[in-house]
Design a protein around this ligand. Structure first.
Ligand code: SF4
Length: 186
């Protein structure tokens, strides 16, 4: 397949996913960007749960990010608190109702159902190709990778169930090793 054909497919998929997302959010009066913020907060780790990281990951303006976060906070899907070490930094997390909403939104889109119908070898090949393109694009534009923790250069596995971040020196729980991180280094 040519690079331009692949790009057309990615663009088409992006448009269709956005359309599905718009209709999935109708019942809860959520715009796609609100859903993007919720999905990001459901996946990111404790070093990446700030408004600045939301802005950077979603490649949106600060104004759009803070407006979206305000809407979600007002509707009690997102909770804000000051960082324990630096009171000027705001930390965000999903409330219980925010987490439930994310689960509900995931079920409303057909992606999971459709990809279940594709063989695992095709899925793995697709993932590999798209991951490579994403990595090159991020490097080319000097964007952060926001990769999964257990693939990071700083990730240390000390024993089967003991993990540590080599950058901060802090212990990581098993579930944190699967989250995405602003400080991730490939
Ligand atoms: S190991 Fe890397 S990805 Fe994981 S928390 Fe540390 S800096 Fe982030």
């Amino acid at each position: 397949m040519s690079g331009s054909k692949l790009r057309s497919l990615v663009e088409r998929l992006g448009g269709l996913i956005r359309t599905e997302q718009r209709s999935a959010g109708l019942d809860d009066q959520l715009q796609p960007v609100h859903q993007d913020v919720l999905h990001y907060l459901a996946r990111c780790n404790r070093y990446s749960n700030t408004p600045a990281a939301v802005t950077e990951y979603l490649q949106i303006t600060k104004g759009t990010a803070s407006q979206s976060i305000r809407v979600l906070e007002r509707r009690k899907f997102v909770l804000k608190r000051a960082d324990k070490q630096d009171g000027r930094v705001v930390r965000l997390r999903l409330s219980l109702s925010g987490q439930r909403l994310v689960d509900k939104l995931r079920q409303r889109v057909s992606w999971q159902y459709l990809t279940d119908e594709i063989g695992s070898a095709d899925l793995a090949a697709g993932e590999l190709a798209l991951t490579k393109i994403l990595k090159h694009l991020q490097q080319h534009n000097k964007f952060r990778s926001f990769g999964q923790c257990n693939t990071c250069h700083h990730f240390c596995q000390q024993s089967p169930n003991k993990f540590k971040c080599g950058l901060t020196g802090e212990v990581l729980q098993l579930e944190e090793t699967l989250q995405i991180c602003r400080e991730h280094m490939a």
